[in-house]
Design a protein around this ligand. Structure first.
Ligand SMILES: NC(=O)c1ccc[n+]([C@@H]2O[C@H](COP(=O)([O-])OP(=O)(O)OC[C@H]3O[C@@H](n4cnc5c(N)ncnc54)[C@H](OP(=O)(O)O)[C@@H]3O)[C@@H](O)[C@H]2O)c1
Length: 294
């Protein structure tokens, strides 16, 4: 049996559904019975609990052959790093107490860097924490920037007729679709072919600049001339706070954007068949168009 955290989110939901379809026992963690219901209807065992609660997680992890863990975003956190540490400690304490043999941890590109990467610093700390567990075999998946982040632009496109972010327009980003991250996690959870502590970088189908991405999304929503503008970090902070993010979270994202722009946040491995994933931005643009129109 497997326990899946973040089970109503981008990656966890797809992983839980695929494992159920393969006839595996799946326990899904979330904070709301209602949000977990579609998975429960498919055969998953819902577990209502918080990822900040080590004793609940220990119960959720006991008897599992493997768990899929992540530290979810918390856009309202006044101190995001403290929140990440709390969730990270609870998860690793529970993995140790429940003696879970195999762990797939959703980490990130750049998680080898301890500083100046915004939210990814907390994932560096999480990798270090899990690497100290004596018994568990741990695979850290390190995907790059999610295509699903582009959903954040929908409001901007609708209200201003443009796309924008602090990312440089000439920056190549190997953006990835979350279904391709899930596919890797599913395969590795089924095979359990990792031993000790290891990492795997995951890149998208090809490198993309934001203006090219914007043109492709624009075409899918009937706006082929949709422009892209690079925003200043100050304007981006104001916009993110205006959308309801805490100041700490907005600054953390800006630190990450800066790390991308300055070239410190980039793949450590050359592109290869091993780390390249299949979903193109053209394919994702249809998903984006459906969300834009809904
Ligand atoms: N966005 C990127 O470009 C990027 C790139 C690399 C790595 N990452 C990493 O990917 C991770 C996010 O993965 P994702 O996109 O698959 O997740 P996601 O879609 O953000 O979903 C997270 C899930 O976690 C659950 N959750 C949130 N807080 C919780 C809590 N306190 N207790 C229990 N459950 C909680 C939520 O479910 P309920 O609301 O139903 O409880 C939600 O469905 C983060 O660690 C992020 O740093 C992101």
């Amino acid at each position: 049996m497997y326990t899946i955290t973040g089970a109503t989110g981008n990656t966890g939901k797809k992983i839980a559904e695929a494992l159920i379809a393969k006839g595996q026992g799946v326990r899904v963690i979330g904070r709301s019975a209602e949000r977990l219901r579609p998975l429960a209807d498919k055969g998953a065992e819902p577990f209502i609990g918080s990822l900040e609660d080590a004793s609940a997680l220990t119960r959720a992890f006991t008897g599992m052959k493997a768990v899929y863990v992540m530290i979810p975003p918390n856009y309202q956190a006044e101190n995001f790093r403290a929140y990440q540490n709390k969730v990270g400690e609870a998860l690793s304490t529970a993995i140790a107490a429940a003696q879970v043999p195999y762990v797939v941890n959703l980490s990130s590109l750049g998680a080898h860097l301890p500083e100046k990467t915004g939210p990814i610093k907390g994932l560096y700390a999480m990798e270090q924490r899990l690497n100290k567990l004596d018994r568990a075999h741990v695979l850290h998946l390190r995907p790059t920037y999610f295509m699903e982040n582009l959903f954040w632009s929908i409001h901007l496109i609708k209200t201003m007729g443009m796309n924008g972010s602090p990312l440089r327009g000439d920056l190549p980003i190997p953006m990835i679709a979350t279904k391709d991250i899930a596919a890797e996690a599913i395969e590795r959870l089924l095979r359990l072919d990792f031993a000790g502590k290891s990492t795997k970088e995951l890149l998208g189908q090809r490198d993309l600049t934001m203006p090219e991405t914007t043109r492709i999304l624009g075409k899918a929503i009937g706006k082929p001339d949709l422009p892209y503008a690079q925003f200043s970090y100050e304007d981006a902070e104001k916009a993110m706070v205006g959308m309801g993010l805490s100041i700490d979270m907005a600054r953390s994202f800006n630190e990450m954007y800066r790390a991308f722009n300055e070239g410190t946040l980039k793949p450590t491995e050359a592109r290869s068949e091993r780390n390249t994933t299949p979903t193109s931005i053209e394919e994702f643009s249809q998903v984006f168009a459906a969300a834009y129109k809904s």
